[in-house]
Design a protein around this ligand. Structure first.
Ligand SMILES: [Zn+2]
Length: 366
C-alpha cells in the first residue's frame, strides 16, 4: 500500500457545461451557473493540479432513482424529472429548472456519494466534491434556495442504507447560509452531528437560532453558530475551538464539510468579508481535528459560492491546506476592509451557545 497522501477530487465536465439559468442578467438565480465549476477547472489546468501525484481525479458515481428516494419523495423526484423533460420551470423560493436539471442534480448526488464512500473505504485520505447544483437547502419534498436534491443528506442515507455504515458522522456547514435542508433530516438523530456557522440577520431575525438544538435523542447534536454580516477572517474562525472541543467528545468516524464559499468578500450573494485565507486556516484546523479523532476521514462537498473571481482561490486554499502546503493568497485579496469590529457580538453568541450546550456536552462543563 502506498503511504503517499491522496486527495480525491470529484469533478465532471457536465457541472461546467450544463444547467445554465434561463436569465441573462445578474439575479439571485443566475449566480448558480456552470461557470462556477469552469473557473475552478481552468485554474486547476493553469496550476497543473492534475500533475500532482497526490491528487486523484474522481468521477461522480452513477446512481439510479432508488438512491434518490432515500432522501426525497417519489413525487418530488418525478416533478423534477417532468419539469426537466418539459424544458423549464420555476419551483418556489429560487429554484430554476432547465432540461438538464434532473440529470445534473442526480449526478451531483452521485458526486457526493463517491466523495464520502472513497474516504470511509480508505481508498483516499480526503475528498472534495465539486458538484452543482448545491444541496443544503433541499428538503425531502421540495427544492429551495438554488438546491434541487440534498447531496449531503443523500450521501449519508446512502452510507446508512446501502453500505450499512452505522458510525457517527459530523457535518460542518460553513456556507454563508443556514443549511435548513440538512438540519431537517437529522434533527432527532444522535448519530449525525450538525454544526453550522452562518450569516444571520440579528435585526429582523432569521432561522438557524442557537436555540435549535435538536430533539429527542438528537438534543445537543444540532449546533447553530449565527454570525453578523460583514465578519472578517479572524472573526469567522472564532467558532473553531468550540467545534474542536465538541468533535473531540463526539468522536465521529467521518467529518463532512458543507463547503460554501459565499462568505468570501467578492461573493454576490453573501455579505461577509472573508478572504481565501480563512478557508485555508479552517481546512488546516479541521484536518488536524479529523486526524486526531477519525483517522483523517474528511470529505468536502461544495454548496454555495458564486464569485467567479474568488472561487478558484478559495478551492486552491482548501487543497493546499489538505496537502499541508503553504498558501499565499493572491494580491487582490490583500485589501483593507473598514474596521467595524463584530467581535463583541460574536463572543456573545459563543457564550450563550456554550451555556446552552453545557447540558449536553461534558467537555463544556467547567
Ligand atoms: Zn449559501
Amino acid at each position: 500500500m502506498s503511504l503517499q497522501k491522496k486527495i480525491g477530487i470529484v469533478i465532471d465536465d457536465d457541472f461546467a457545461n450544463k444547467n445554465y439559468p434561463p436569465y441573462p442578467h445578474p439575479t439571485f438565480l443566475s449566480y448558480e451557473n456552470p461557470s462556477r465549476i469552469q473557473v475552478m477547472m481552468d485554474y486547476f489546468e493553469n496550476i497543473k493540479l492534475w500533475e500532482n501525484p497526490k491528487i486523484v481525479k474522481l468521477s461522480p458515481r452513477y446512481i439510479n432513482d432508488s438512491i434518490l428516494q432515500l432522501a426525497h419523495t417519489k413525487y418530488y423526484i418525478d416533478t423534477i424529472k417532468r419539469l426537466s423533460s418539459f424544458g423549464s420551470g420555476i419551483l418556489d423560493d429560487g429554484v430554476f429548472i432547465t432540461k438538464d436539471t434532473y440529470d445534473l442534480a442526480k449526478k451531483a448526488v452521485g458526486g457526493a456519494i463517491e466523495a464520502v464512500e472513497k474516504v470511509i473505504k480508505n481508498e483516499i485520505d480526503q475528498s472534495i466534491a465539486l458538484i452543482r447544483p448545491p444541496g443544503h437547502h433541499a428538503l425531502r419534498e421540495k427544492g429551495s434556495g438554488l438546491c434541487i436534491f440534498n447531496n449531503i443528506a443523500s450521501s449519508i442515507l446512502y452510507l446508512r442504507n446501502e453500505l450499512n455504515y452505522e458510525k457517527k458522522i459530523a457535518i460542518i456547514d460553513i456556507d454563508d447560509h443556514f443549511g435548513d435542508g440538512i438540519i431537517q433530516y437529522f434533527y432527532s438523530d444522535p448519530s449525525v452531528l450538525y454544526f453550522s456557522i452562518h450569516e444571520f440577520d440579528f435585526v429582523e431575525n432569521d432561522i438557524g437560532f442557537i436555540t435549535e438544538l435538536g430533539e429527542g435523542e438528537g438534543l445537543g447534536k444540532n449546533i447553530n453558530f449565527p454570525v453578523p454580516m460583514g465578519i472578517n477572517d479572524n472573526e469567522f474562525l472564532i467558532f473553531m475551538d468550540l467545534l474542536e472541543q465538541i468533535l473531540n467528545e463526539y468522536k465521529p468516524d467521518l467529518i463532512i464539510v458543507a463547503m460554501g464559499f459565499d462568505m468570501h468578500f467578492s461573493d454576490p450573494i453573501g455579505n461577509c468579508n472573508l478572504t481565501s485565507l480563512a478557508y485555508f486556516k479552517f481546512t488546516k484546523n479541521i484536518l488536524k481535528i479529523a486526524e486526531e479523532v477519525c483517522n483523517g476521514n474528511l470529505a468536502f462537498i461544495l454548496e454555495g459560492g458564486y464569485s467567479l473571481i474568488g472561487l478558484p482561490f478559495c478551492i486552491q486554499a482548501v487543497i493546499k491546506a489538505l496537502l499541508k502546503d503553504e498558501y499565499n493568497p493572491p494580491l487582490f485579496e490583500k485589501i483593507k476592509f473598514p474596521n467595524i469590529s463584530k467581535i463583541d457580538e460574536i463572543i456573545k453568541v459563543r457564550t450563550s451557545l456554550e451555556n446552552l450546550l453545557k447540558n449536553y456536552w461534558t467537555i463544556l462543563k467547567k
